[in-house]
Design a protein around this ligand. Structure first.
Ligand code: AHG
Ligand code: MN
Ligand code: MN
Length: 343
């Protein structure tokens, strides 16, 4: 029989791989694992909403029923506040970052960023949703409160990132910069157990993943590339929960795209809570992540907590091919002008 390795055991075994070799990051990852179990319990009850009360109402115990994304947000904040390792939090659900007072006079060295519930529009129809997180080492003095600059760090500065997918199984996937590992929650023992060791993304895959409904809103280069994917007989898969689409891409390969549209001229997905943590994982697994302007996501300068970006990510050969395709077929500005009779 194979020995079960729990998330906690694995984190402790791997502590030495982490360049700052300390228990602090270990504690933080453990706290995120605990929050994930609590969120998982609640997500699994989502179908009972008409029995236990709709959001905004009171349930049979006289407690008010919260929207699940706010519930997940609160639980993550609570768990991280108690850890003593985290001096600040930035969440997709909060306009500003939240400084955390030191616990037991500890000088917390990390800030945590997260999308507490990604794909939340899918909850009511029982489709997988997830939690995405990233951890940065603070830049400001450990003796004072955290500052905006602690959060506005490039993705290359991440010291850890991961996600939890609440799907057919609940799986936590994370990296601290030396590979990517996945843990499946065994509900009978309440533990995340190592199930996907050292995940490597295939060089190419069968799927392309994009909201094809926006086809006419994409730039012509993107439309041509999407036609090319269809021409290659690639299969279209788009769940509309980024975590779920990226989880599939990580395991079986493929390419995921969220280009700019007329509604979202800079792209829809958020750098801090979605693009950077997931790009870090994809790169750690051997994949690539760039903007439609061909810039590496992790190299993008951060200026705003809720900054958005376009994104193209997934199997390395497919991302390279997309880049080559767009560069080969993009209409040079000069010929666009001369076609209009402008020299
Ligand atoms: P969130 O639920 O955190 O707001 O994120 C939704 C995001 C992402 O998960 C998904 O890939 C994308 O929005 C889907 O957007 P479209 O419906 O515009 O395709
Ligand atoms: Mn999201
Ligand atoms: Mn969200």
């Amino acid at each position: 029989m194979n020995t079960i390795v729990t998330l906690d055991e694995f984190i402790i075994q791997r502590q030495k791989d982490f360049s700052y070799a300390s228990g602090e990051l270990t504690g933080l990852l453990r706290d995120i694992g605990v929050a994930a179990k609590i969120v998982n319990r609640e997500v699994n009850k989502a179908g009972l909403v008409n029995i236990i009360g709709v959001e905004g109402s009171e349930n049979s115990h006289g407690e008010s029923v919260q929207k699940l994304d706010m519930y997940a947000n609160d639980k993550l904040i609570d768990c991280l506040k108690n850890s003593g390792e985290c001096c600040g939090i930035a969440s997709e659900e909060n306009e500003s970052f939240i400084p955390i007072k030191s616990v037991a006079s500890k000088n917390a060295k990390y800030v945590v960023v997260f999308d507490p519930l990604d794909g939340s529009s899918n909850i009511d129809v029982n489709v997988s949703v997830g939690t995405i997180f990233g951890i940065y080492r603070r830049k400001s003095n450990v003796k004072g409160p955290c500052k905006l600059g602690d959060f506005l760090q490039k993705g290359t500065e991440l010291v850890a990132a991961g996600y939890v997918i609440y799907g057919t199984s609940t799986i936590l996937v994370y990296s601290t910069g030396s590979g990517v590992n996945g843990f499946t929650l065994d509900p009978s023992i309440g533990e995340f157990c190592l199930s996907h060791r050292d995940i490597k993304i295939p060089a190419r895959g069968q799927y392309y993943s994009v909201n094809q409904g926006y086809y006419l809103k994409f730039d012509v280069d993107m439309r041509r590339y999407i036609d090319y994917c269809s021409d290659l007989n690639l299969r279209l898969r788009y769940i509309g929960s980024m975590v779920s689409d990226i989880h599939r891409t990580l395991l079986v390969g493929g390419i995921f795209l969220y280009p700019n549209t007329r509604k979202y001229p800079n792209g829809k997905l958020r750098m801090l809570y979605e693009c950077n943590p997931l790009s870090y994982l994809i790169e750690q697994a051997g994949g690539k992540a760039i903007t439609t302007g061909m810039e590496r996501i992790l190299d993008i300068e951060m200026t705003d907590l809720h900054q958005r970006s376009t994104i193209v990510m997934g199997s390395p050969d497919m991302v390279d091919e997309m880049k080559a395709f767009v560069q080969r077929y993009s209409i040079p500005a000069v010929s666009k002008n001369s076609a209009n009779g402008v020299s």
